[in-house]
Design a binder for this molecule. Sequence first.
Ligand SMILES: Nc1ncnc2c1ncn2[C@@H]1O[C@H](COP(=O)(O)OP(=O)(O)OP(=O)(O)O)[C@@H](O)[C@H]1O
Length: 524
Amino acid sequence: MQGPSKLPLLKSGIPRQQFKKAKDDNHVSKTETTENKFSRYPHLKRRSKSTTDLLATNILQPLRPLQSIIEKRLVNGIGGSTIKIAKTLELPIKKNVVSNNASKVVPASSSKVASASTKQNGAIRRQTQKRAAPKTDDQPKAKVVKAPEKAKRVASWDFKTKFQLLNEKHGKLLNSHKELQEKFSNVADYEQYYQKYNEIQTAYDKQTKDYEKIAIDYTELKSKYEKLVADHNSLSKTYDEQKTLCATYADQLRTHEDNLELKSKLIEKLSTENNWFKQKALEWENERRALHNTIFDLKGNIRVFCRVRPAIGVTEDQKLQCMLSYPDEYSLEIRKTKESISATSGKPIDNKADFCFDKVFSQRTTQEELFQEIAPYVQSAVDGYDVCVFAYGQTGSGKTYTMLGEDYGSEGVIPRTVSLIFRTVEGLKKTNWEYEVHASVLEIYNENLRDLLSPTGNQNMEIRHNCGRETTVTNLTIEKVENAEDLRNLMELAQKHRTVAATNYNEHSSSLIRLWSIIYLRSF
Ligand SMILES: Nc1ncnc2c1ncn2[C@@H]1O[C@H](COP(=O)(O)OP(=O)(O)OP(=O)(O)O)[C@@H](O)[C@H]1O
């Protein structure tokens, strides 16, 4: 260890080697420092300390709150005079602050000019640093470049002048403070900006909510869009299939159209032939009618048939009084079972009788077989000729059974005639014939006429014959019938009226003539 006592001391009492080191480190001025002077003039040092304390208490301390503001203003480019004041007052000044004036605060390595200026004013700066060092050890140190103007030298003991200078600087600081206050009046603008900011924030929040809503809608729409795209693809596929199908159908349609054209021509040809055949059929029909009528004329206009009904209420062991035999289809032979002897000659009487008819129907003849013989007359009626079919015989002989019949399968002549008429008419309509069928039912009893289709049974009726050989009955109900069912209904109605009227006369009287049906056809 090297103790300080062994080093040569300077006049101020500082070891020379230490002083030299301080000088090299630029911590100590070449000239005599204020501290040395104070050490030489203790009374000045005491006065100086009390004045510095006074300044620090009364001037510097109130100005401390402005320190940060001044720094900000310096950063924002406030004039170099403020920097000077700050430097003078040893206020901590931020680095990297560049002023437009001659005085600058710059980084130590940023400018050679700054270094040169620092050298020129090294003494003053070192003095200031030395004074300020004990007060603000923890404050950041700033490299201050003083303006090149020559500072007014003030004697170190002339505290009055220093105080005046400080007062002037204080006044300048106040002015600066005033300027700053004026500039801080822009706070109102900031409030407006803040209000504007709030409005913008509110609008931003609203826009954010709208955006979120739109985002949700967008998601839904996107899913819908994707669904629609899928549907579109499906429909497109179906459309393509249908298009292909349409093309196939179009080809088929063209083929059918060609076929249709051919068939139309064929139909036209067949239609011509059909008309020819219709014409021929009409001619043949007229010829047939003429031949049919000729045959009936040859057979005779009035034809008599005989039908034998089976015995009713007779058992097989009971012996009948007569025997029937049918030598041929036109003859009927009746023979008595008991021989009788002539009272005059005493010889046996011939008990046999022979009858001839246009046709004989035995008791085994069915309704169908009988109608086969009647049917040609129906054809004559349809051909336009007058035809009358009636049954004659004693009571219980089977007239009603033959003409009307009984249950299903044993229908008589009239129901079968009705069915045949309408079948024939339907066939003839195809050969351009038009038919109307009318029906009436008339009963004659003791020269009195009764209309069986009228509920009141019209009494004022007369039979009249005109020159055209047409026989009519006045006030007779004539109903137009469209089909077989209509005609059967009319016959049921006539049967009903007949039953009511039967109480007024003798049903078994030979004076009763019942014209069950007068059916006439009108052809065009
Ligand atoms: N061919 C037949 N086959 C079977 N039964 C028959 C035949 N003809 C008639 N009959 C029967 O004889 C009975 C008398 O017949 P129907 O009533 O037809 O006689 P009718 O001549 O009409 O008598 P009326 O003049 O009194 O009215 C009936 O019971 C009927 O069923």
